[in-house]
Structure formats: C-alpha cells, structure tokens
Ligand binder design. Structure first.
Ligand code: FAD
Ligand code: MLT
Ligand code: ZN
Length: 455
C-alpha cells in the first residue's frame, strides 16, 4: 500500500519532489527548537494547487496522515511529523502577485516568505502590518495557519486581521475559498477566519489575499529600564492609552539581555542597566512621533537617564536586535522548553515574577528567561535545562497561567506541545464544537493528526 501511494505521489509531483531518502528528509523532520522530531514516510513538494489537491486525495484514500509545512519555524511541534506521515512542503507555492496599489491588497502563494512579501508591499508603498523575527523563513501560509502575532499586533492585529481572501484544499482534495476576497463580505461563515489558527488540521492553505496597511515613514524606538515588571507594564498601558502612534511594546529582562549580547556579540547601548526593559516603537505617516513619545514619558515621570532612543534606521535596528535575538540566543544554550502564553494586563507582572519561581520549585537547576509582547499581555517563558520530553516545567508554568486567568497559547498555537491543555483552557463544550468541525472537514482524520487534539 505504501509503495503504491509513493508511486502515485511521485507521478503527481515528479520524482525530485517526493523525497524518501533519510538525508534529504532530515531538515523537514526536526523543528526549529530541536525539541520535536519524527520520521516522515516522505516529503512531498507540490508545485500547484492542483498538485496539492491530488496529493491530499491520494493520502486520504490511503489513510496516510499529512503534515503541512511552510518555513518550519513553528515552535509547538505542529510542522514536523510524529511518525509515518507525509510532510507536505508548501515552499514551492511561493508566487507573489502584483500589489494593487490603490486598494493596498496582494495575493500570494502559501509558501512565500514574510520577508519577500514585506519587500513587495514596501516597493508598492504599503506594509504587510505583521512582523516577526522569523520573517526570512516563515511563510504566509504557515502564518495564517498559526494566526501568527508578532511585534505589531498592538497596532495592526494578528494575521487573521490581514486576511481578505483565501484558497485552500480540503482533506479529500476539494478546493475552496474566495479570491481576491473583499473587505466587506458577509455571505455566511468566515471560513478564512476559521482557517486562521487551525494549524493545518482543517485544510491546506494554498493562496491568500492580504489587506496591507499604510506605510509609516517616521519612526522612533526607545528602550527604557525599570526596577520591576509592574512599572514596565503600567508604562506600556499608559503609552497605549496616550499615543495613537504606538507600533510595538516589548518586554525583556537583564538576564535575557546578557544572553543576547554574549551570543550575538552586540554592544549594549544602555548606560544604566536595569532588571527589566520596555522597548517602545512609535510610528507615524505624517510627522516624527518622537516628540509625542518624549512628552508622554515626561508626564509619566520616566527618568530620562533610563531611556535610550534611536530615530535613524541603523540605531533602531540596533535596539531591536536586543529584543529580537532572544530566541536564537536561547537556542544556542540548549533545547528550550518554550511556553508562549498570555494573561490579562493586570496579571502580567505577576506572571513575570512567578514563572521562574514555579519552574524552580519543580526543577531547581532550570534556567528561566522571559520576554514578550507586553502590549498584548503575551509572555514567552523559555526554560533551559530539563530534558525535551520532561514536561514538569511546562505543566508548572501552564498551571500558573490558568490560575491567572490566561491562555496557554497566545500566538504560537497548540501544536503537539499543548494538546493536553486545550480542554483545561477552552472547556469540554468548546473543544467538542471544535472536534465537530474537524470531523466535518476531515472525516478520515488525515490532516495533521495529533495536532490540537489527542488522536
Ligand atoms: P510552519 O512552522 O511550517 O507550520 C506551522 C503550523 O502551520 C503547522 O501546524 C503546520 O502544519 C501549519 N501549516 C504550515 N503551512 C500551512 C499551510 N499552507 N496550510 C495549512 N497549514 C499550514 N510566531 C509569532 O506568532 N510571533 C512571533 O513574534 C514569532 N517570532 C518567531 C521568531 C523566531 C526566531 C522563530 C523561529 C519563530 C517565531 N514565531 C513567531 C513562530 C513562527 O515563526 C510562526 O508560528 C509562523 O507563523 C510559522 O510559519 P511557518 O511557515 O514556519 O510555519
Ligand atoms: C518572539 O516573540 O521572539 C517569538 O514569538 C519567538 C520566541 O518565542 O522565541
Ligand atoms: Zn512572540
């Protein structure tokens, strides 16, 4: 049966795009953190929607699982096989259509990387409105499938907010969707919105129409040192309330900064080190937004000596590196346990303070490094030390998050990493409704088995 399926898949995508050799499969089988790994039956790389449809129909007929994969930068193990599935790489569907300059819209293939779409939008005088550190590898299809957030959610929302239209293939090979899609379209269920965050469990996204945002030419970035997270959170909230120009509000700690500057050999442009830092980016299309930022900081009583500011591009980039390079610096130290969570704003500082404590209680030798998108109540708790399959520290942090009334997944998704927590977080009734959708869209259960739900 397996040989017959592989022969069919080769006939559909061509010999060179059906990889069965272990060495050729390897980079598709382990995730970015190296915590999640599985052997694939084959890696299949279709070159068109029609090929995706035929591959899916063949796999459904054979009851062989399919793991959709874009840039493989996902952090919850949803993009790599659990064992014996086909990895369906969408990277060849990387076409970027012409940007509609008047409407501010563009249709792109699922496999186009965020960085290339950002570039195409910029050339046409627009912005994508979503940005994240994995931009050179993360694909638009993967970003829709995870409803990726990133650093500008506070201004533009997550990926779902950018979605105007889509094309996707269901498990049995049926192609559905509406392209180009329209800003106003109330014709029944929002299926594109449903696919955003579905993590490859309902359909394979093949094309997307994005609604772009206006370019913000005037920008300033500052990093402010604080004695504790509570002060940083209060300041972030006040800046959001007072300034329409806020584009990003990010938090990191001195321990994280130490790691980043050591790993990336960066100079620290901050004279007075502090326990916690808030990175603020403000941006406007009409005028330099830094005067408004300084005025707000003065009203809030922020000590000018605790602030480093950059308005030129190189300086802004230097400051952003201090936050953005946390992920790779931590990966360089070992295989991290990454807990991406969110809590209500008034519990954020408590989460920052208590995460290392609850981790230390179950794993005294573990090292905890936190950072995150404080403007969205989203904290990334990274733990180094415990073995990849030792879930004690994960449980300790997720229990704390539920106690604080938060979500066990803010922006990375459930994947395979947090399946056991979905019912605890969303409740039996909601998860039953989700399972009903899954059964209707994918009755043979071949799409990303083991992701979101237990098998
Ligand atoms: P993959 O990792 O390949 O897949 C992710 C999930 O989507 C899997 O479940 C997969 O099955 C499914 N999938 C992929 N393509 C498709 C498709 N075409 N159709 C259906 N399902 C599909 N995430 C954030 O939200 N915010 C951040 O700030 C952020 N920063 C990051 C920084 C770094 C350095 C790294 C490594 C990751 C970061 N991430 C962040 C996580 C990751 O980049 C996002 O989850 C991204 O959306 C994944 O895109 P991808 O193409 O790599 O998807
Ligand atoms: C980030 O905000 O840096 C990302 O979500 C990646 C990570 O959690 O490391
Ligand atoms: Zn993040």
């Amino acid at each position: 049966m397996t040989d017959a399926l592989l022969a069919t898949l080769r006939a559909i995508v061509g010999e060179h795009h059906c990889l069965t050799d272990a060495a050729l499969r390897a980079s598709y089988e382990t995730d970015w953190t190296r915590r999640f790994h599985g052997d694939a039956l084959a890696v299949v790389r279709p070159g068109s929607t029609d090929e995706v449809a035929r591959v899916l129909a063949a796999c459904a007929d054979s009851r062989v699982g399919v793991v959709p994969q874009g840039g493989n930068t996902g952090l919850v193990g949803g993009s790599v096989p659990r064992g014996g599935e086909i990895v369906l790489s969408l990277l060849r569907l990387n076409q970027i259509g012409e940007v509609d300059r008047d409407a501010g819209e563009v249709t792109v293939g699922a496999g186009a990387t965020l960085a290339l779409v950002q570039e195409a939008a910029r050339v046409a005088g627009w912005e994508v409105g979503v940005d994240l550190g994995a931009r050179d590898s993360a694909t638009i299809g993967g970003m829709v499938a995870t409803n990726a957030g990133g650093v500008n959610v506070v201004r533009h929302g997550p990926m779902r907010s950018r979605l105007l239209g889509f094309e996707a293939v269901m498990a049995d090979g049926t192609v559905l969707g509406r392209l180009p899609g329209m800003p106003k379209d109330n014709t029944g269920y929002d299926l594109g919105g449903l696919l955003a965050g579905s993590e490859g469990t309902l359909a394979v996204i093949t094309q997307v129409r994005l609604r772009l945002v206006g370019q913000l030419r005037h920008r300033a970035v500052c990093v402010i040192g604080f004695a504790d997270a509570a002060l940083a959170v209060t300041t972030a909230g006040e800046l959001r309330r007072r300034l329409g120009s806020v584009l990003a509000l990010e938090l990191f700690t001195d321990a994280g900064l130490d790691l980043v500057v050591r790993h990336a050999a960066l100079a620290v442009p901050i004279a007075d080190r502090a326990p916690v830092y808030l990175l603020v980016e403000v941006a406007s299309d009409v005028a330099d937004p830094s005067d408004g930022l300084f005025a707000a900081l003065e009203v809030l009583g922020v000590d000018p000596d605790s602030v480093v500011v950059a308005t030129d591009e190189a300086g802004r980039h230097r400051l952003w590196q201090l936050r953005e390079r946390h992920s790779e610096a931590i990966n360089a130290e070992g295989v991290p346990h990454k807990l991406d969570v969110s809590v209500p704003a008034d519990r954020y500082a408590e989460l920052v303070a208590r995460s290392p404590v609850v981790v230390g209680a179950v794993s005294p030798a573990a090292r905890t490094v936190v950072y995150g998108h404080v403007g969205d109540g989203n904290l990334h708790v990274n733990i180094l030390g415990p073995e990849p399959d030792d879930e004690e520290v994960d449980s300790a942090v997720l229990e704390l998050v539920l106690e604080l009334g938060g979500s066990v997944s803010a922006e990375h998704g459930i994947g395979v990493a947090k399946v056991a927590w979905l019912v605890r977080d969303r409740g039996q009734e909601t998860v039953a409704a989700m399972r009903a959708l899954k059964a209707a869209w994918d009755p043979t259960g071949v799409l990303n088995p083991g992701v979101l739900f237990e098998r």
